[in-house]
Ligand binder design. Structure first.
Ligand code: CMP
Length: 435
């Protein structure tokens, strides 16, 4: 069994190693095509780059084997061999090919050196892994992945152009490269200003190929980005869809304007407070224990604001958090009506409510952190007052059955709520005696 510190260290090291490999692979992806089109002598610089990348890729094989072995210890018997087998079957050949010291074996840079670029497949694995482990940033990582590929493809296309076109004498390579990159981007984006044009058949064929490649890549990237942007704010999208539906409904049914305005205000508030986020839609996919933890996190504030749970143990709070249902009331809504039977009590998350007596006079105001509706449940009697929302109110309701089970398991809560109910009842009988 590994300690938490050890697991934490392993996670950090995994990220560090992935970044290092990403840098190594990118260096190769940029340098190898450049080196192939630019005829320069073997310099110390290029030798150092080639050697460092080779060393890094060799170490990566070792690291991948270690990770596969590490998984062996963490997983079930059935999965043990598969981690190693999977690596041997899927990636080992690619990793070995990429790690071969080709410049030394081939005695310089020849076209075969591009074999090394098979390691690019690791970039996809790294981004997929990051997306899986950092769900919060999954969309941003997808965008980065697309941008990365766009950059690499544009660079390769530019190098291909230089290879075919040949670098003219008298122009600095940097200047010529920028021109080629400009051609690559305009052709890939199928903009093609026509200021740099293919001069012979081969160049023309190459331009056709790049334009086709551009069409596919461009379509893929634009589609992905549009999808990503829509997903980034799925909630807003849902809100707009919903408000369009409501507006169509209100108009077709000729709902009066004042009522329409109230409905629109309700939806605007609903959206603004993010109450519209359907928690259950997301949470229902989680296992019960994890779901309870999330509920507890989301509702901890309201439960601790209610004060009476100050001494409650985590299990009780978790049980309670699970049972709370969020409801939004609009100004003027009546939540409890005097004399009617009651089936739930409420915790106020936000907003102000007024407690009214039989003559509709306000006898108390309830605010964030207060609870109400407990008397009917506790004493099994009709509602002792009417409770009305003054403004928009987010409240959590607790059903009778859940309320009883919390009382049974949490005597302190039982005692406190009983005292509170008695005090409130006394105030009311005192009020009625005074009249
Ligand atoms: P219940 O009788 O179930 O429904 C109406 C609720 O209003 C009641 O429970 C109390 O929670 C609340 N309530 C009644 N009287 C008062 C009061 N004087 N001050 C605050 N809250 C009250």
């Amino acid at each position: 069994m590994k300690s938490i510190a050890q697991q934490h260290f392993e996670r950090i090291f995994d990220v560090f190693w992935s970044v290092l490999i990403l840098l190594g692979v990118t260096l190769g992806a940029v340098y190898i095509p450049l080196r192939l089109v630019r005829n320069i002598d073997q310099s110390i610089f290029s030798y150092t780059i080639a050697t460092s990348v080779t060393v890094l890729f060799v170490l990566d094989i070792g690291y991948n084997l270690y990770v596969a072995l590490r998984r062996r210890h963490n997983t079930h018997r059935r999965d043990r061999q598969t981690a190693l087998e999977q690596y041997a079957r899927r990636r080992l050949v690619i990793d070995v090919l990429a790690a071969l010291p080709l410049p030394t074996l081939l005695g310089g840079y020849s076209i075969f050196i591009i074999i090394r670029l098979v390691k690019m497949i690791r970039v996809r694995d790294i981004f997929t892994e990051w997306q899986r482990t950092a769900l919060r940033y999954a969309n941003v990582l997808r965008l980065l992945f697309l941008a990365y590929w766009l950059f690499v493809v544009a660079h390769w296309v530019a190098c291909g152009w230089i290879y075919l076109h040949g670098a003219p004498e008298g122009i600095a390579f940097r200047e010529y490269y920028i021109k080629a990159l400009y051609w690559a981007v305009t052709t890939l984006a199928t903009v093609g200003y026509g200021d740099i044009t293919p001069k012979n058949d081969i160049e023309m064929m190459y331009a056709i190929f790049v334009m086709l490649l551009g069409m596919v890549t461009y379509g893929y990237v634009v589609g992905n980005i549009a999808n990503l942007l829509a997903n980034l704010d799925a909630n807003r999208k849902r809100y707009y869809q919903q408000s369009e539906q409501i507006s169509a409904f209100m108009n077709s049914r000729k709902i009066p304007h004042t009522l329409q305005r109230r409905i629109s205000e309700y939806y605007a508030y609903y959206w603004e407070r993010q109450v519209g986020q359907d928690e259950s839609l997301i949470l229902n996919h989680l296992p019960p224990r994890l779901r309870a933890e999330v509920m507890m996190f989301l509702r901890r504030d309201i439960l601790s604001a209610a004060g009476i749970f100050g001494n409650a143990d985590d299990d009780t709070l978790r049980d309670l958090a699970k049972e709370l249902r969020p409801i939004l009331f609009a100004p003027g809504d009546i939540i409890c009506r005097l004399g009617e039977p009651g089936n739930s009590m409420y915790f106020i998350n936000n907003g102000t409510l007024e407690v009214l007596d039989a003559e509709q006079r306000t006898i108390a105001l309830l605010e964030e952190g207060d609870l109400f509706g407990e008397i009917a449940l506790l004493l099994d009697q009709p509602r002792t007052a009417t409770v009305r929302a003054r403004d928009y109110c987010d409240v959590y309701s607790l059903e009778k059955q859940a309320f009883n089970s919390v009382l049974a398991h949490h005597p302190l809560f039982h005692q406190h709520i009983r005292t509170m109910a008695q005090e409130r009842q006394n105030i009311e009988s005192h009020d009625s005696l005074e009249q």
